[in-house]
Design a protein around this ligand. Structure first.
Ligand code: ADP
Length: 506
């Protein structure tokens, strides 16, 4: 296979993700996996998605057709996987089924997650072989698929089938790293290659760290915004992995996520009580009144309405949100609708705010896609006071729907939201830097002050709604990354090897 050298030839790309919208979703990873491959396919490349077939993915609804079976070595045993095929637009989506691993209510957070995703990742490689379809690129996403580069550079190093394949590893969120006990190395078939020890990461000597292995072995590492790419190489945002990432700085690339502009389109959105577009913005208010009513809030066009949508975790700044909401309700008479699921402690905080101000704060503590659409289409402003934010899609979706983002200036939020300056008229939202309630509150006050000036506000809305948040530009950047990976020698960089120390497994 010499086509590795024909650098601009169409590429075969195997795209691995633990979640893909609309089949299975907990957050932004699913949105990306459900839309980026479509955009890459449009550029003429043969990209194919592989994901697990979770028990809740209905075979009839999605027209899953059995295509092959794969036999996956898992330590001393072999597990079977049934592979189904369906399509997302014209992108083939292979789903690997195994009742023991995937027939559960959820996607993650099971005690055997390491095994589940080893099985999935290895099955994806076995599938390529079963189809006799050797990809130029295996595009891995997050820790779940991070052992693939490790395998290709160890157990498959001399396998002719994989000789011309390179790997791209995309970090969607560095906070989820996949750290497990050493037994898992045997399940992964990597025991004979021993532990990896790095002088600056000695606290991880005795664990198997999936994300670290992706960073070490992938040919190129990408992450989901340019700002986050810089941030993760610093101790503040590096979640302990910054020394390793700095080691690979020349291959850490930030590419901003896009959104699926067909899924997120207020002009055609079937969930919205009232559809609208930038020429008919006046219709949007119907959605606001509807949202206030269905949420049991005071109904009125003249009450400023904030929204929040997201996973309820440390990352999303719920403590700031609740603290500032109190001030905003008391002093500005504004309202807040929250949609999210997650940790108990944040749910409790939110519940108590809603109980205190029932006409001003309402919380939906569920995962509810139609309600997300109601919120994007109805609120005046969307809040994202994140501690850190790799990219964030909500702020882009919000702008596309004419809701103005109020965000903390971190990660992808800093790349996409520029603080509005009423003197120059520049900017597309409101942002603040220090992680404290006063900073958020001040940004919200500025938001409300500007919201009162209807002309200014309309300008802001039009700016957001007419910005191109599609994948067009970023998909091209990924393709460039693929070609660059293909031109690489396919070794772990010598510089890094010198720092790493491989120790025999116990
Ligand atoms: P993250 O990946 O950190 O969860 P993103 O902003 O990248 O955050 O993406 C979040 C995606 O998940 C958006 O599409 C958002 O609308 C959706 N989402 C998050 N929580 C919920 C929920 N409770 N109900 C419906 N959609 C949600």
């Amino acid at each position: 296979m010499s086509d590795r050298n024909q650098t601009k030839a169409p590429l075969r790309v195997l795209f691995l993700s633990a979640e893909v919208f609309p089949f299975a979703k907990t957050g932004g990873l699913a949105d990306v996996a459900g839309s980026l491959p479509k955009a890459i396919r449009k550029l003429g490349h043969d990209i194919r998605i592989v994901m697990p077939r979770y028990g809740f993915i209905d075979k009839d609804r999605w027209n899953l057709q059995p295509v092959t079976r794969v036999h996956v070595p898992m330590g001393d045993t072999v597990e079977e996987g049934e592979v189904y095929l369906t399509y997302l637009g014209d992108v083939p989506v292979y789903m690997v089924d195994n009742a023991r691993y995937f027939h559960r209510d959820g996607i993650y957070a099971y005690p055997d997650d390491a095994e589940r995703f080893i099985f999935f990742s290895r099955a994806a490689l076995e599938l390529a072989r079963a189809l006799d379809w050797a990809p130029h690129i295996v595009h891995c996403n997050d820790w779940h698929t991070a052992l693939v580069p490790n395998w290709l550079k160890t157990i498959f190093k001399d396998d002719p089938f994989w000789q011309n394949t390179r790997t791209v590893f995309t970090i969607h969120n560095l906070a989820y790293q996949g750290v497990f006990g050493h037994r898992i190395l045997e399940v992964a078939g990597l025991a004979q290659y021993g532990f990896i020890v790095h002088p600056e990461l000695s606290h991880w000597d005795h664990v198997i760290h999936f994300m670290a292995r992706g960073i070490i072995f992938a040919d190129i590492i990408t992450t989901v915004s340019p700002r986050y790419a810089q941030e993760i190489m610093t101790p503040e945002f590096g979640a302990g992995l910054d020394p390793l990432l700095r080691e690979r700085a020349d291959t850490v690339i930030g590419i901003l996520n896009g959104i699926d502009t067909e899924v997120w389109n207020p002009a055609t959105d079937e969930y919205l009580p009232q559809r609208y577009d930038v020429e008919h913005l006046e219709k949007r208010v119907k959605n606001k009144l509807h949202l206030q009513e269905e949420s049991g809030l005071d109904v009125g066009e003249d009450i400023p309405l904030f929204g929040f949508i997201g996973r309820l975790t440390e990352q999303k700044g719920i403590d700031l949100l609740v603290a500032a909401a109190e001030d905003v309700v008391r002093h500005l008479g504004a309202q807040l609708v929250i949609l999210g699921t997650g940790e108990e402690k944040w749910q409790e905080l939110i519940k108590s705010a809603a109980a205190k101000f029932p006409r001003h704060v309402h919380a939906y503590l569920t995962f509810n896609n139609p309600m997300a659409h109601h919120i994007y289409g109805g609120v005046d402003m969307l809040l994202m006071p994140s501690r850190f934010e790799p990219c964030g899609l909500n702020q882009m979706i919000a702008m596309r729907y004419g809701a103005i983002p109020v965000v903390r200036e971190v990660g992808g939020l800093a790349d996409t939201v520029h603080d509005f300056d009423p003197r120059t008229g520049e900017g597309n939202g409101f942002s603040f830097r220090p992680y404290d309630r006063t900073a958020l509150y001040t940004a919200m006050v500025r938001g409300v002050e500007n919201w009162k000036h209807r002309d200014t506000w309309r300008q802001l809305q039009v700016r957001g709604m007419t910005t191109d948040f599609s994948w067009n530009r970023s998909a091209r950047q990924y393709v460039e990354v693929y070609y660059r990976a293909l031109s690489m020698p396919g070794h772990v960089p010598q510089r890094l090897l010198e720092k790493l120390h491989f120790r025999g497994a116990p």
